[in-house]
Write a protein that binds this ligand. Structure first.
Ligand code: MRU
Length: 366
């Protein structure tokens, strides 16, 4: 993504070759600032406090977190401690565990003195792979959008609805759900995006809208409850969302509110697509409702809201009456039956074990 004339990924190795830089996403859309991660605590805090967020970027940050954590000690015991510390930062996005498992397995197989260099090499590869994967998701998703455009005899605009932020900022580059939109826009297909604001942290209003604006993609921010109304009135051609964990059976866990959009899409015969890189598939579980841990965050994210005044001051205000408790469930699970298709780096498949195994035969169970 180009920001003020400079091409950025969302995470990169600093010039010193041993620290890592990220974009502080808690400051967007008002301020574009970068932050340096120099040690384990920095990396864990960046994930826990959501300076970085989005399943693929959480995985990439964890991989680099391992690198910066091994500066003085690359022993088995240190690797175990680093693994546990980073794994405990957020519970739902499975890319975190995927990246940590990958790093740990490779490093433990090496002599101690080779481990840190190997860690940096592998973290860089994980980032490069994510960019390639997301670009391929974009190509497959663009073809779907192109099909919708053909079905409309290339007339009018393709209206897409997305929830939360599954764009460039949620990955290393391109995004998952937004990559198809960028590629369709770049291919000259007239797209317009309905952007769910995505309370309580407003990743749609603050991050997705910011990204789409920078890329020149027409979009409109809506409050979270508008989608059903738009779908009833034929104003949504398809929904495309990302996911933090998809089960081997095709159940999709994503930002809270996704399930309600899927129900509205089903009721109104609007296609509901989920875009995901293969590290987001949790092959160890089938039933998302039963087996995916749902993060619950601080109630203050619901009771309060932070923004910037027209004078440029950051302000946090309280919305709820004193004494009213608030609950903050961060994710929900959309059962596979409501998902029209999964857009992966290898193509589009049915949200089912058969569908996923057809694209990833190496994961086929007997
Ligand atoms: O809590 P977040 O911001 O980390 O959650 C991110 C999401 O839920 C995204 O919508 C999802 O697509 C995963 S990232 C591609």
């Amino acid at each position: 993504m180009n920001v003020e004339g400079k091409a950025y990924r969302t995470i990169w190795l600093a010039q010193d070759g041993k620290t890592v830089e990220i974009i502080d996403q808690t400051k967007l859309p008002h301020e574009f600032t970068t932050v340096r991660l120099s040690n384990l605590e920095d990396a864990a805090r960046a994930i826990r406090d959501m300076l970085v967020r989005g399943a693929p970027l959480i995985g990439a940050t964890a991989a680099y977190g391992v690198c910066v954590a091994l500066e003085d000690d690359a022993s088995d015991a240190r690797i175990a401690q680093v693994y546990e510390t980073l794994l405990s930062t957020r519970p739902t996005a499975v890319n975190l565990r995927w990246a940590l498992d990958d790093m740990r397995a490779r490093l433990l197989a090496l002599p101690r003195e080779q481990r840190q260099r190997a860690a940096y090499r592998r973290a860089a590869e994980i980032c490069d792979e994510d960019v390639e994967i997301c670009s391929s998701i974009g190509d497959h998703g663009r073809d779907l959008i192109s099909g919708l455009w053909e079905a409309k005899d290339r007339k009018g605009v393709i209206n897409l609805l997305t929830h939360c932020n599954a764009g460039w900022l949620a990955t290393v580059d391109w995004g998952t759900a937004i990559a198809p939109i960028y590629k369709a826009h770049d291919a000259g297909i007239p797209v317009h995006v309905w952007v769910d604001e995505t309370r309580p942290r407003n990743q749609g209003a603050s991050l997705t809208a910011w990204e789409l604006g920078r890329h020149g993609v027409p979009h409109t921010v809506i409050v979270d409850n508008v989608g059903g109304h738009l779908m009833q009135h034929g104003q949504v051609d398809a929904c495309i969302v990302g996911t933090d964990r998809t089960t081997a059976g095709g159940d999709v866990c994503n930002k809270i509110g996704t399930y309600l959009k899927a129900l509205a899409a089903d009721a109104n015969s609007v296609p509901f697509y989920v875009a995901l890189p293969s590290p987001t598939i949790d092959w160890t579980i089938e039933d998302g409702l039963r087996d995916i841990p749902i993060e619950q965050r601080d109630a203050s994210e619901v009771s309060h809201i932070t923004g910037r005044t027209d004078q440029g001051d950051v302000a946090t205000v309280k919305l709820t009456p004193d004494g009213s408790p608030a609950a903050n469930y961060a994710f929900d699970v959309t059962p596979a039956r409501y998902v029209t298709g999964l857009i992966t780096e290898r193509g589009v498949c049915a949200a089912s074990r058969d569908g996923l195994e057809a694209l990833f035969p190496e994961r086929k169970t007997l």
